[in-house]
Design a protein around this ligand. Structure first.
Ligand code: 16G
Ligand code: ZN
Length: 545
């Protein structure tokens, strides 16, 4: 068979066991040839099974440049169905071509996959700027080609969210090229700019430039393309892939958020300027300002605060819509907020005070996304800067009908504008996955809409001091949690001990969880002062050890 021929050229490395974790397969790039080839096969089977276009993205996101990884985008543009993850693991670890073929045959039978279905398999392939990506993409192509009739489209260098967006758009029957992505984002951005209330000042004049750290990756490159179409929004990109710096080294959203320092290329001369940082594949976004007093220190505006800004804006539009008079088809939209236990406690309190419904899920995009999809409008964000706003199809349909009705009856009314803003937001913000590029555009237009500087935004609430630690343990799977990772159920007694420590601190909050991407147990602690948060984290780390 085709598979036997090509798989014998992609033998798995010995003694390495890979698992399809929260971020797909990830490892040192030199180990991944056979894994990526096999993910190509997996994607083709997934495409046959779902009779839809499937995506394969080659990236290791914020990890070091020598790493790489591969993950699948499902028909809706989201993560691979969890139900297929065990098969992905088995495929990646099959020791020989014969065993690989046997696994495939069994799985094809079990899933009832038809090779002579109406549609042949179609796979969109993308990669980030890692040098290892080119050869790995070739391996993925060979994997796809080993399935009869399957077609792979090589889209070259993309951000992860662009690839997910294209899969989502293709399966909705929309135009789905990179150019279509750029056009949709830029036109909905301009639409939102045109809807800014005229009495609101467009900034205070002193800081209307945005400076973006591109993590030496793909995001800066693509942002420069977008920027030309934004009608005068000034964006200066630093640390773009073509600038020659090392991907993710001392730069990028993960570094900035975890270390709370300015990325390479930013210094005291940037004090007070609005800055943002993307991660290596541009699916995370944080904002910051450089602190003039101490070198390298920043004021961080993290995912929680981006979520808060989005929630305020959406809530404002919904309440304008609710106040409109005499409409027949009234509809109280359900707005839901989704966070993880890493959300700063001050953000959760703030959102609760606004009267919003808050849901907690375990860490990992697939959990947050799934929860957010239950609402008319669901906003999810991880503190690390990954998140988006999901609009349900039925709500978008209602919005379109309402906009038409309002345009006919009360053109130019506040209600019509609010409806148009929500519609434009649903087109601007990526519906498949968190996207730093669409996120940055939405933040920028909302700040202008509110007439706010980054400082005003950052003052929405004050983060509680927090500390994250990681503990190397013999077996991280020994730690089992429940209630969105806030409670340890095993080993027995550990949660009581954590409660006991936490009780000693004013505003103390602490949880531990096994990492999904590293062989460590993570500790998160929050308290009323930095010293207290540090001390709580340290004593709980000792309990875990
Ligand atoms: C992955 C997740 C991210 C999560 C992080 C946690 C996706 C696409 N990415 O990067 O959402 O925050 O893992 O890592 O799901 P950890 O389990 O090592 O703490
Ligand atoms: Zn990323």
């Amino acid at each position: 068979s085709l598979i036997l021929e090509s798989s014998s050229r992609f033998l798995p490395p010995q003694g390495v066991k890979l698992s399809y974790g929260t971020a797909g397969f990830r490892a040192d790039a030199s180990l991944l040839q056979s894994t990526v080839y096999r993910v190509g096969i997996l994607a083709a089977l997934r495409s046959l099974k779902t009779q839809s276009v499937i995506g394969v993205m080659i990236t290791a996101s914020h990890n070091k440049v020598s790493d790489n990884g591969v993950k699948i985008a499902d028909p809706n543009g989201g993560m691979l169905s969890q139900h297929w993850e065990p098969f992905a693991d088995a495929l990646a670890n099959a020791p020989s071509p014969q065993e690989l073929i046997q696994l495939i045959n069994e799985f094809v039978k079990k899933e009832g996959i038809q090779f002579d279905g109406v549609k042949h398999a179609e796979i969109l392939l993308g990669r980030d700027t890692r040098p290892s990506g080119e050869a790995l993409l070739e391996a993925a192509k060979e994997g796809v080609a080993s399935i009869v009739g399957a077609v792979a489209m090589d889209l070259g260098i993309l951000t992860t969210p662009q690839l997910h967006w294209m899969v989502w758009a293709r399966n909705k029957g929309m135009k789905a090229s990179e150019q279509d992505y750029v056009e949709q984002l830029s036109s909905s951005f301009r639409c939102l700019m045109d809807l800014i209330p005229s009495q609101r000042s467009k900034f205070d004049g002193t800081n209307d430039k945005l400076v973006v750290d591109g993590a030496n990756g793909v995001g800066g490159l693509k942002l420069k393309v977008l920027e030309k179409l934004l009608n005068g929004l000034l964006i200066e990109v630093r640390n773009s892939s073509e600038d020659g710096g090392v991907l993710n080294e001392g730069v990028g959203a993960d570094y900035v958020q975890k270390e709370k320092v300015a990325p390479h290329g930013f210094g005291s001369s940037d004090a007070g300027i609005r800055c943002a940082s993307l991660d290596g594949d541009a699916d995370r976004l944080v904002y910051f300002t450089v602190n003039p007093e101490s070198s390298g220190a920043i004021d961080l505006v993290d995912g929680d605060k981006i979520l808060s800004l989005f929630a305020l804006f959406i809530r404002e539009q919904l309440s304008i819509l609710n106040e409109r008079e005499g409409t027949k088809n009234n509809h109280q939209a359900r707005l839901g907020i989704v966070q993880t236990a890493y959300a700063n406690g001050a953000s959760t309190n703030y959102l609760k005070q606004l009267g919003l419904e808050i849901n907690l899920t375990p860490t990992g995009v697939k959990y947050l996304h799934e929860k957010a999809a239950e609402f008319d409008i669901g906003i999810y964000f991880e503190a690390n800067g990954h998140g988006t706003i999901l609009f349900s199809e039925s709500f978008v349909g209602w919005l379109e009908a309402t906009t038409n009705e309002l345009s006919a009856r009360s053109k130019g009314s506040d209600a019509e504008k609010a409806a148009l803003r929500l519609l434009a937001t649903s087109r601007l913000i990526n519906q498949a996955v968190g996207d730093a590029l669409s996120g940055v555009l939405l933040v920028e237009v909302i700040l202008q809409h509110m007439g706010w500087s980054i400082h005003r935004w950052n003052e929405l609430y004050h983060d509680l001091p927090s500390r994250q630690l990681k503990v190397k343990v013999a077996d991280r799977t020994a730690v089992i949690t429940t209630n969105a990772e806030t409670v340890v159920v095993s080993p027995p007694g550990l949660q009581e001990a954590i409660n006991n420590e936490t009780g000693k601190y004013s505003q103390g909050r602490c949880f531990v969880r096994p990492s999904g991407t590293e062989d460590v147990v993570r500790v998160y602690a929050e308290a009323s002062s930095q010293e207290a948060a540090d001390s709580l984290a340290n004593s709980v780390a000792k309990l875990v050890d």
